[in-house]
Design a protein around this ligand. Structure first.
Ligand code: ATP
Ligand code: MG
Length: 184
């Protein structure tokens, strides 16, 4: 008997909105990671994966993706400067991160817009308050010692939609779309 034809699988992707460093900043962040790694025993994030999550959408179907993209088209927020001047450690996930000591208003607003957009498209997001950070190491064996690092300045003029794929060798991230920040 022939196998009955299956419904075409609705396309589902694992998506998140992020700030994605350019090559020069990525190199600086990688150096920052390596300086911190000298004082910490853990698994460094691969250089090509370093990012700052704005809103994690998780499993997203094609209709939801089209919806969030339309909502993102309507976002009007200005470019801003992000000072990465604080490093820290979360003991539960055992991750080492850097973050801005002060959240720029434009970043708070952008992340809030994206969370609202995703929820408006029927996606369920993490209910915990948003905390901007860049994870640089995972699975630390011990809390790291305090390390003095030069603050990094990130002139942010765009945000991206990323696809995350789980591969045997680890996570793969791809930029699927980019939006320029502009106050209209
Ligand atoms: P892994 O899951 O293997 O640790 P990862 O966390 O880097 O890898 P994803 O799980 O695809 O990869 O997550 C992509 C980004 O979204 C990461 O920055 C992650 O910290 C963040 N993220 C994942 N889940 C959530 C969540 N429930 N709420 C907020 N941010 C999340
Ligand atoms: Mg994860």
């Amino acid at each position: 008997m022939p196998t009955p034809e299956r419904e075409p699988q609705a396309q589902v992707e694992r998506l998140f909105f992020a700030l994605w460093p350019d090559d020069a900043l990525r190199q600086q962040l990688t150096q920052y990671r390596d300086t911190l790694a000298a004082h910490a025993d853990g698994r460094p994030i691969p250089a090509e994966n370093i990012h700052l999550t704005l809103a994690f959408l998780g499993r997203t179907d094609a209709r939801q993706r089209a919806c969030v993209e339309t909502m993102a088209n309507a976002i009007q927020r200005p470019p801003f400067e992000l000072q990465l001047n604080r490093s820290g450690y979360w003991p539960r996930p055992r991750v080492l991160w850097i973050a801005p000591a002060e959240m720029p208003e434009a970043l708070t607003a952008l992340a809030a817009d994206l969370h609202a957009a995703a929820e408006g498209c029927g996606l369920k997001l993490d209910a915990r308050p948003y905390r901007a950070h860049i994870t640089l190491m995972r699975k630390l064996a011990h809390p790291p010692k305090d390390t003095d690092l030069q603050p990094l300045n990130w002139p942010v003029d765009r945000f991206v939609l990323m696809r995350s794929t789980i591969l045997p060798q680890g996570m793969k991230y791809e930029v699927v779309r980019e939006w320029k920040l502009a106050e209209k």
